[in-house]
Design a binder for this molecule. Structure first.
Ligand code: MLT
Length: 243
C-alpha cells in the first residue's frame, strides 16, 4: 500500500463524469464518488439510518434478479428520469430512507449516474461515498487513508454537472485544512468555484439536474442534499456492497 510519506503532498484530482473514469487514473488511489443529487446522499442517509448494506447495480433487470434469487428479503430502491421505478419499494429520495423504513435491511439500488460511477471505480484502493451531507467526515476519512485521492463526479448522462463539482470543491476545502496537498487544475477550479459560492444555492441552481428535480417539485430533497455535514459517517464500496 502506497501511503504518503511525512513530507509528501497529497495529490487531489477530479474526474468529471462516470463516462470519464479511467482505471489507470484511479488504480491504488483513494476514490470518493459524488452524486449529491441524489444517489450518494441516499446511500449515506440509508447507511446512517441502519441499512445493512447497499448493492449498487446498473440495470433494473439486474436488481430484480438479485431480489428474486436471494433468500434474504432485499429492498429495491432507485430511479429512472428521477422518478420511482415501477415495482420498487423506494424512489431515490433520501427522505424515504428513514430508520423505520430501512434499518436492518439490505437495499439493491440502481440509478442513472450514481451507481454507474460507483461500479466504474473498481480497481481503486478504497471507494468512499461522499456528498454535501457528509463532506467533512469524508475529508477526515481521506486523511486517515493517507493516499492520493481522486474525486469521481457521477455527472449527468456522461456530462459535467455543476452540483457534483461544487460538492467536490467543498470536500477539497475541508481536506486542505487538514493536509498539505497538490491540486490538479480541475481541482483548483472546483475549489475556486466553491469558495465563491459557499452558500451552495447561489450557484447550484444553474445545474441541469437541479432544474430537473425542481420541475418534479422535489424541493425538500434539494434542501436536504444541499445541507452540509449533517451525517458523520462515510460509507465504503467493497466486494459488491456498500456498508
Ligand atoms: C443519478 O444517479 O442519476 C441521480 O442520483 C438521479 C437522481 O437521483 O435523480
Amino acid at each position: 500500500m502506497v501511503s504518503l510519506k511525512e513530507d509528501k503532498l497529497m495529490k487531489i484530482d477530479i474526474i468529471v463524469s462516470a463516462d470519464d473514469i479511467k482505471t489507470e487514473k484511479i488504480k491504488d488511489k483513494t476514490v470518493v464518488v459524488i452524486d449529491m443529487l441524489r444517489a450518494t446522499s441516499v446511500i449515506t442517509t440509508a447507511i446512517s439510518n441502519g441499512c445493512k448494506g447497499v448493492i449498487p447495480v446498473l440495470t433494473v433487470d439486474e436488481a430484480a434478479a438479485i431480489v428474486r434469487n436471494s433468500k434474504e428479503e432485499f429492498m429495491l430502491g432507485g430511479e429512472r428520469n428521477a422518478l420511482k421505478i415501477e415495482g420498487f419499494h423506494y424512489s431515490n429520495s433520501p427522505l424515504e430512507y428513514t430508520i423505520e423504513s430501512i434499518q436492518g435491511k439490505t437495499l439493491v439500488m440502481t440509478t442513472t449516474n450514481g451507481t454507474k460511477a460507483i461500479k466504474g471505480c473498481v480497481g481503486a484502493r478504497n471507494i468512499l461515498i461522499g456528498a454535501m451531507i457528509n463532506a467533512k467526515a469524508t475529508a477526515n476519512r481521506i486523511v486517515d487513508l493517507n493516499k492520493d485521492v481522486v474525486i469521481v463526479n457521477a455527472g449527468t448522462n456522461g456530462e459535467f454537472s455543476i452540483d457534483d463539482f461544487l460538492c467536490s470543491g467543498y470536500i477539497i476545502d475541508c481536506l486542505i485544512k487538514l493536509v498539505k496537498a497538490q491540486l490538479t487544475d480541475i481541482a483548483v477550479t472546483s475549489h475556486y468555484i466553491y469558495k465563491n459560492n459557499e452558500d451552495i444555492h447561489s450557484f447550484i441552481k444553474y445545474a441541469s439536474h437541479y432544474k430537473t428535480i425542481t420541475k418534479l417539485g422535489l424541493l425538500a430533497d434539494l434542501e436536504y442534499c444541499c445541507t452540509k455535514d449533517i451525517i458523520n459517517i462515510v460509507p465504503e464500496y467493497k466486494d459488491g456492497i456498500i456498508t
